[in-house]
Design a protein around this ligand. Structure first.
Ligand code: CFM
Length: 553
């Protein structure tokens, strides 16, 4: 079977040349900037990888994949929580486009933090529907009315208010309105200054959202849930039902999920998250700092997991068992893996001959471009190029580069919380000696090595990919499958290449865990082996393309 090395040995696919081709038509300044964000992967003997520039502003004029700060705050982090009424303070478009477009699912009857009230506000879209009048005379009055109206109709336990761009521009103070309404209604009302223009991407919004949840909700309920092995799952958002599959596996293993941030979640789950024994991080980008803050404030250690791909799921379950050092749990985890794997292997073996050697590229937010490579590996598919929309250097190169990351004005815009041990609730789950012993036994704490060390040499790692570069990559590499989001989908399909959305899963999923891996194998098999793509002729293939140059050139 061909390997990445064989493929890039083809002179036309020499990554150095491809890189030059990608930036050749850019103005000099843009090309210079993009050259720092388009990196040829080289893994050194000590596992070090080249530096990549990331988490910087997109060059105006380039059509990127990113979303805004508000999208990261309201859409990504708070959106999947069913029992908080999330009110968008802004024009109706912001609320409308962040409403149910991300395919988070929720189940009021399932754990964790099951609320008996059956509250589920996710099917609703709450917005103050700002008009010219509010833009000119201020919108605080309308916001107060909206909070009151939502309370009168739904009687929720909590209300979140999200500021959009115009709110920041006209200076409405969402926090003082929330404070006033909190006192008046006697429920938790909290605001987020997540104006779309803050930071350089939705990553800023994650941070603002998580700081808010950490400040206003985590630790407000000390009731301890029953269960021997209590965990929080951080950075799992229940896209396409992923969390349901992960919850099924935890339950089978006898692991108690106290809270998920924030797939299939409730405000109650967040409130007693500080009672768990360990934090598991799935999406490092969107939430790693919450794990750090919880460790400082409550003494809960964290470990990195990944439930995307069957092998990674088994590995992550073994990590949890190793952390708890309990023979009963270890046995149960092994039994569950042994029970689940045959069906996975059966599906994989049937499909593998049809998918092996196929070429794939993944350009997704901040962690899926890494995690999904494991699933493609199980199908024998080769990742030639990958990148994040808004990942930071640590998501690419690993957390060891954290001390070297320069803080710029855009990041300084986002509040860093100062956290101290909680006088009542700080309880180190493991003593320093225990931690040392566990480390010797191979348990890795507070670490994420990033995507690049996991990818073959000479693959192209591209941060904040543009539409133009997408077209170029497809022309040059002719991949069998491209993974990205809805904005890219149809442009890619016009090249005659199947495109899989890894944000919403295109109505498919779940893809996490064991059952999810089987779903994924089938969906990818159908896509890369469908002949329909070869019948497609893009408009420019049917009609000659007109080319011209300016007279002055
Ligand atoms: Fe984390 Fe996400 Fe992602 Fe993300 Fe997102 Fe998402 Fe994503 Mo879309 S939190 S970084 S901001 S795993 S919405 S569930 S799929 S870009 S790769």
């Amino acid at each position: 079977m061909e390997t990445t090395e064989d493929i890039v040995a083809d002179e036309c696919l020499d990554p150095e040349k491809v890189k030059l081709e990608l930036i050749a038509k850019y103005p000099t300044k843009v090309a210079r900037k993009r050259a720092k964000q388009i990196i040829i992967n080289k893994i050194g003997e000590t596992g070090d990888v080249p530096e990549i520039q990331s988490n910087v502003r997109t060059t105006p004029g380039l059509i990127g994949q990113r979303g805004c700060c508000y999208a990261g705050c309201k859409g990504v982090v708070l959106g999947p929580t069913r029992d908080i009424v999330n009110i968008t303070h802004g024009p109706i478009g912001c609320g409308y486009y962040s409403w149910l477009t991300r395919r988070n699912q929720t189940d009021p009857d399932s754990s964790p933090g099951t609320s008996s009230d059956g509250h589920n506000f996710m099917p609703y879209c709450f917005s103050t529907d700002m008009q010219e009048e509010q833009i000119i005379f201020g919108g605080e009055k309308k916001l107060k009315q909206a909070i009151q109206e939502a309370y009168d109709i739904f009687k929720p336990k909590a209300i979140g208010v999200f500021a959009t761009c115009p709110v920041g521009l006209i200076g409405d103070d969402v926090h003082s309105v929330c404070k006033e309404m909190k006192e008046k209604l006697n429920i938790n009302v909290f605001g987020f200054s997540c104006e779309g223009y803050k930071g350089v991407s939705q990553s800023a919004g994650h941070h603002i959202a998580n700081n808010g949840v950490f400040t206003h909700v985590v630790g407000t309920d000390d009731s301890v849930r029953e269960g021997e092995f209590k965990i929080n799952l951080l950075g799992e958002y229940n896209i396409g039902g992923d969390a349901f599959e992960i919850e099924r596996i935890f339950e089978k293993c006898g692991i108690t999920l106290v809270s998920t941030f924030s797939g299939n979640s409730t405000v109650e789950g967040f409130a007693n998250a500080h009672t768990a024994d360990v934090n598991l991080i799935m999406c490092h980008r969107s939430i790693n700092y919450v794990a750090e803050m919880m460790e400082k404030k409550y003494g809960i250690p964290w470990i990195k997991v990944n439930f995307i791909s069957a092998e990674s799921t088994a590995k992550s379950l073994r990590k949890i068992a190793a952390y708890f050092e309990n023979s009963k749990l270890t046995e149960r985890v092994e039994a569950v893996i042994a029970e689940e794997m045959p069906a996975v292997e059966k599906a994989r073996n049937a499909i593998y001959p049809r998918t092996k050697g196929k070429r794939v590229m993944l350009f997704v937010g901040g962690s899926r471009a890494h995690h999904y490579q494991d699933l493609f590996k199980e199908l024998g598919m080769i990742t030639l190029s990958a990148g994040y929309e808004f990942g930071h250097r640590d998501d690419y190169e690993g957390r060891k580069v954290l001390p070297d990351i320069k803080v710029d004005a855009d990041s300084r815009n986002i509040q860093e919380l100062e956290v101290h041990p909680d006088p009542e609730n700080f309880r180190p789950r493991k003593g320093p000696e225990e931690i040392e012993r566990l480390k010797k036994q191979g348990v890795v704490f507070s670490e994420y090595d990033g995507m690049m060390p996991d990818m073959p040499n000479n693959t192209l790692i591209i941060d904040d990919l543009s539409q133009y570069e997408t077209d170029q990559l497809i022309e040059i590499y002719k991949p069998d499958m491209f993974c990205a989001g809805i904005k890219e989908k149809y442009a890619i399909q016009k090249h005659g290449i199947p495109m899989k959305q890894l944000h919403s899963y295109d109505y498919g999923g779940p893809y996490a865990g064991f059952a999810g891996a089987i779903n994924f194998y089938h969906d990818i098999d159908r896509m890369v082996n469908s002949r329909i793509w070869s019948y497609m002729k893009a408009p420019w293939q049917k009609n000659p393309e007109l080319m011209a140059t300016y007279a002055w050139e």
